[in-house]
Design a protein around this ligand. Structure first.
Ligand code: FAD
Length: 598
C-alpha cells in the first residue's frame, strides 16, 4: 500500500500525521547530502514525503530520480509534484509513465507558472494544459485510479502579486471544486501564518453546499522559520499575511541571535499546529512541512508539539540508545548520532547549514543550497508588473539604465534581484556599483570586504552574540564578450593569491584561475565556544549552477515580448554574447582593494 489516502485511512480517527517536502538540489554534492538528510529525517516518521517539480519541467529528471530514491531505497511513501504549463505534453506523459514504472502512486497535480502567450505555447495533439484541472483530468483519463492525486489550495486566496485586491479564497472555490470533481483525492495548501484565516477557509470548505469537501483530506502547508531573512522573503514571495503576533514575536529576537529566531519560529509553528488541530475539532490532522531541505527546525517542532510527535521523542531515546536529557538536545543528539552516508561530510558543516542563511549564497554542499525561487526560475514579479517596471528595452544602454536605476533605489526589482531594493551592506558600495553599471558591467551580486565587525552590528552582523564576522569583497556581473577579453588579460596578470575569478558564457565556455576543487570562504564568523562558521563559500560547482540559472533568466525575460520584437532580439543577443564574471578579492583587510582593481 503506498497511496497517501490509503495510509491516512489506516490511522486512528483523530490521529495526527505529517509530511515533508524536499526539492532536488542544484549541485551533485547537495544531492548526496540531501539523501543523507532524508535518511535521517525518515526516522522522524513522516506519513509521506513530497518531491517538488521545477516549473516548466526544469527539474524533471532530478525530481523523478529523487522521488524514486525516496520510495525504492528509503521505503518512504512518496508524492511527486507535477506541473502542466509551459512545457511539452510529452514531458508530462513521460513523467507519469516514469513515475508509474518506478512504483510512485501519488501525484500533486499543479498548474505551474501562468501559461505564456500564444506564441510560446506548444500545444500537441490539440491538448492544452491551462489549469491544474486539465492535468487532473489527463491523469485520470490515462491512468484511472492508479494514482492518488492531490491538488493545491490557497487559504488566503490565490496570489501571484498581479492583482492583490482580488486575493480572496472564495474566488478560487469554483476551481477547487472543479479540480475535486475531476478526481482529486486530497488538498494541500499554500504556506500561511494566519491560522484564523486557515480555519475560516476550512469551515467554508466543510460547509460547502456541494458536500464535496466534507471528507477529503485537507493538509495545511507550514513553513518552519529558519532565519529571519528567509522567513520574510518566503512570506513575501508567497504573499502570505503575517499576523502581528507572529511578527512581534520574531521582531523581538531578530536583532539578537539567529538561534533565538529559530527557537521563536519553533514556538510559533507549534502553536499554529495546536490551534489548527483544536479549532477544526481535529478534522485537520495532517500537517505538511515545507522543509526547504533543512532538518533541524522540523525536528524541533516535532519534538515540542503535543499534536504531531516524532517517534524519536516517544521512544525516549535516540536510535543509538542514548538517553535524552532535554527537548532540544535530545533531537540534536539523535540527529547527530545517525550515520552520514557520505563520510566526507562533517557534523560541523551540517550544523552550520541549518543555522545560517542558505539559498543562493549558502554552502553549495548543503542540501538547501540554491533554493531561490521555490519552484524554478522565474522573474519574481508577474508579467504585467514586469512590463511596467522594465518596459521594452531596445538598446544595451536601456539595460544599463535599468541596472543603475535599481542601484539608486528608483526601480524596486531586477530580474536577478532576490528582494526589493539593495541590502544595507550593498548601499555602502552603491556609488562604486553605479559607476560600473554605467560602463556596461551589469552587477547581479556583490559584497564589501569586512575585517572583524561585531556579530550584533545592525548592518553586517549575524550569528550568536559576542562574535565577530568577516567578509571578502566580491562582485558578479554580466559583461560583453569583447570587454571580457580585455578583462581576462588583466585578471590573468594577477596572482590567484590576490584575487580569484570565474567566468562563463551561455555556450558553456568557462575560465578561472583556480583549480576545480578550490574553495573560497567569503563570509565567516568567530563566536564564543564554537568552531569558525563559514556560511558562504564560492567554488566552481556553485558558480556553474548559478550561471546556468542567471542566463536562463534572460530567456524568461524574453518571453514577456513578442517573438519578432526588438526587445526579444536584444535580450537574446545579450544572453548569447555576454559573460557572467565573478571576482573575489582576498585582501579583506584592505577594504578598497577590489574597487581599486576594477
Ligand atoms: P490552478 O488550480 O490552475 O489555479 C491557478 C489560478 O487559476 C487560480 O487563480 C485559480 O483560481 C485559477 N483557475 C483555476 N482553474 C481555472 C479555470 N478553469 N478557469 C479560470 N481560472 C482558473 N509549482 C511548481 O512549479 N512546482 C511545484 O513543485 C509546486 N508545488 C506546489 C505545492 C503546493 C502545495 C502549492 C500550494 C503550490 C505549488 N506550486 C508548485 C506552485 C503552483 O504551481 C502555483 O501556485 C501555480 O501558480 C498555481 O498552481 P495551481 O495548481 O493552484 O493552479
Amino acid at each position: 500500500m503506498q497511496k497517501i489516502t490509503e495510509k491516512i485511512s489506516t490511522l486512528g480517527q483523530d490521529e495526527p500525521f505529517y509530511s515533508f517536502e524536499f526539492f532536488p538540489p542544484k549541485t551533485e554534492t547537495g544531492v548526496q547530502n540531501l539523501v543523507a538528510r532524508i535518511r535521517r529525517m525518515a526516522q522522524l516518521n513522516p506519513l509521506f514525503v513530497n518531491i517538488t517539480w521545477g516549473a516548466g519541467g526544469s527539474t524533471s529528471t532530478k525530481s523523478l530520480d529523487l522521488a524514486a530514491l525516496c520510495y525504492k531505497e528509503l521505503g518512504l511513501t512518496t508524492c511527486l509534484h507535477l506541473t502542466c504549463t509551459n512545457m511539452d505534453k510529452k514531458v508530462i506523459d513521460d513523467a507519469l509513465l516514469a513515475a508509474k514504472s518506478k512504483g510512485i502512486r501519488n501525484i500533486l497535480a499543479l498548474r505551474g507558472d501562468p501559461p505564456r502567450g500564444e506564441e510560446y505555447w506548444t500545444p500537441s495533439e490539440g491538448q492544452e494544459f491551462k489549469h491544474a484541472v486539465d492535468l487532473v483530468k489527463h491523469i485520470r483519463s490515462q491512468y484511472g485510479d492508479y494514482f492518488c492525486i492531490g491538488v493545491a489550495a490557497y487559504p488566503e486566496g490565490y496570489a501571484d502579486g498581479s492583482n492583490p485586491e482580488e486575493q480572496d479564497f472564495r474566488l478560487d472555490l469554483p476551481y477547487l471544486e472543479e479540480k475535486t470533481r475531476a478526481g482529486a483525492d486530497f488538498i494541500m495548501t499554500q504556506l500561511f501564518f494566519d491560522t484564523t484565516q486557515f480555519v475560516k477557509f476550512e469551515n467554508t470548505l466543510r460547509e460547502h453546499p456541494s458536500g464535496l469537501f466534507k471528507s477529503i483530506p485537507l493538509i495545511p502547508g507550514l513553513l518552519p522559520i529558519n532565519t529571519y531573512q528567509s522567513f520574510i522573503r518566503t512570506a513575501k514571495l508567497s504573499h502570505a499575511h503575517i499576523p502581528e503576533s507572529v511578527l512581534d514575536r520574531l521582531n523581538a529576537v531578530a536583532s539578537s541571535d539567529d538561534e533565538e529566531v529559530k527557537q521563536a519560529g519553533v514556538d510559533i509553528l507549534v502553536s499554529m499546529i495546536d490551534q489548527i488541530y483544536e479549532k477544526t475539532n481535529h478534522r485537520v490532522r495532517g500537517f505538511h512541512f515545507y522543509t526547504l531541505n533543512l532538518e533541524r527546525s522540523v525536528a524541533l517542532i516535532l519534538d515540542k508539539s503535543n499534536v504531531v510527535k516524532s517517534p524519536l521523542r516517544i521512544a525516549g531515546s535516540s536510535p543509538a540508545g542514548t538517553a535524552f536529557d532535554s527537548a532540544t538536545s535530545s533531537i540534536d543528539s539523535a540527529l547527530a548520532s545517525l550515520k552520514f552516508s557520505d563520510p566526507k561530510v562533517s557534523m560541523t558543516a551540517e550544523a552550520s547549514w541549518d543555522d545560517f542563511p542558505n539559498g543562493r549564497w549558502g554552502d553549495p554542499r548543503s542540501p538547501a543550497y540554491g533554493e531561490i525561487d521555490g519552484y524554478g526560475i522565474t522573474l519574481h514579479v508577474p508579467a504585467n508588473r514586469a512590463l511596467e517596471l522594465w518596459g521594452h528595452p531596445t538598446e544595451t544602454s536601456d539595460i544599463s539604465d535599468l541596472f543603475v536605476k535599481y542601484l539608486q533605489g528608483k526601480l524596486p526589482v531586477l530580474p536577478w534581484s532576490e528582494e526589493e531594493g539593495l541590502s544595507a551592506e550593498t548601499k555602502i558600495i552603491e556609488s562604486k556599483l553605479v559607476a560600473l553599471n554605467k560602463q556596461g558591467l551589469w552587477t547581479v551580486a556583490s559584497q564589501p570586504a569586512l575585517n572583524s565587525v561585531r556579530s550584533d552590528d545592525t548592518v553586517f552582523g549575524w550569528g550568536p552574540p559576542n562574535g565577530y564576522v568577516f567578509q571578502k569583497a566580491l562582485i558578479e556581473f554580466f559583461v560583453p564578450a569583447e570587454t571580457w577579453l580585455q578583462l581576462k588579460k588583466r585578471l590573468q596578470s594577477c596572482s590567484s593569491d590576490t584575487l580569484s575569478y570565474y567566468a562563463c558564457n551561455n555556450q558553456g565556455d568557462f575560465f578561472s584561475n583556480m583549480n576545480a576543487q578550490d574553495v573560497n570562504a567569503v563570509t565567516w564568523g568567530v563566536f564564543p565556544n564554537r568552531e569558525v562558521v563559514q556560511p558562504t563559500i564560492i567554488e566552481e560547482q556553485s558558480f556553474r549552477a548559478w550561471a546556468e540559472e542567471a542566463f536562463a533568466i534572460w530567456t524568461e525575460w524574453q518571453h514577456l515580448y513578442a517573438k519578432d520584437s526588438r526587445t526579444t532580439e536584444l535580450l537574446g543577443n545579450i544572453r548569447d554574447n555576454y559573460f557572467l564574471v565573478s571576482i573575489t578579492h582576498h585582501d579583506y583587510v584592505n577594504t578598497g582593494a577590489l574597487w581599486e582593481f576594477l
